[in-house]
Design a protein around this ligand. Structure first.
Ligand SMILES: [Zn+2]
Length: 175
């Protein structure tokens, strides 16, 4: 058992404490044979670009409250990644975009600790070019602030999630 990831105290099926939960991934109960996979979750992240600038959000919720993030979120069951991207952008920014506006960039794994449960995600990155930088916050509970940063003025340490830091560094940074 990895420290900090033991959020099961008992088997959810038979209440036994005789189980293994290796690598925060596969739960197995030796007493009743119950198996539960804590699979990775898929998310989308959007890189909005305008001129030489990239749009970042400032998170208003943990994990990484106060750190820079990209707009996006978890993909719902039965949703495509592109549908999730358009839905999240409408929810967070009140902006209507279409799947054809999205250019696939890459994927990057992340860790997401929420209320002491460690989720592992695979973040799917899309770029969306905008024709102006007039964007407002729709979901003020989730987003404190929007900031447009020039590609030569991005501080990687201000970015919360390792997946986003990596993709910005590999694909967008100009030094
Ligand atoms: Zn059991």
């Amino acid at each position: 058992m990895t420290a900090g990831t033991n959020f099961f105290n008992y088997c959810p099926s038979c209440s036994s404490t005789n189980f293994e939960y290796n690598n925060n991934f596969k739960f197995y109960c030796y007493d009743c044979d119950f198996v539960l996979y804590h699979n990775i979750a898929a998310t989308v992240a959007l890189v909005f670009t305008f001129d030489n600038k990239i749009l970042f959000t400032v998170r208003n919720v943990d994990p990484d409250k106060g750190k820079l993030d990209l707009p996006g979120g978890f993909i719902d069951p039965n949703e495509t990644a592109e549908e999730a991207a358009c839905r999240e952008i409408a929810e967070e920014l009140g902006l209507k975009i279409k799947p054809s506006d999205l250019k696939y960039i890459t994927t990057s794994p992340n860790n997401y600790l929420y209320k002491n449960v460690a989720y592992r995600t695979l973040d799917i990155f899309y770029e969306c070019r905008l024709t102006n930088d007039a964007i407002t916050i729709n979901a003020k509970d989730e987003i404190q602030q929007l900031v447009w940063l020039k590609r030569d003025a991005i501080d990687l340490d201000a970015i919360g999630f390792i997946s986003i830091r990596k993709v910005i560094q590999d694909h967008y940074l100009i030094n």
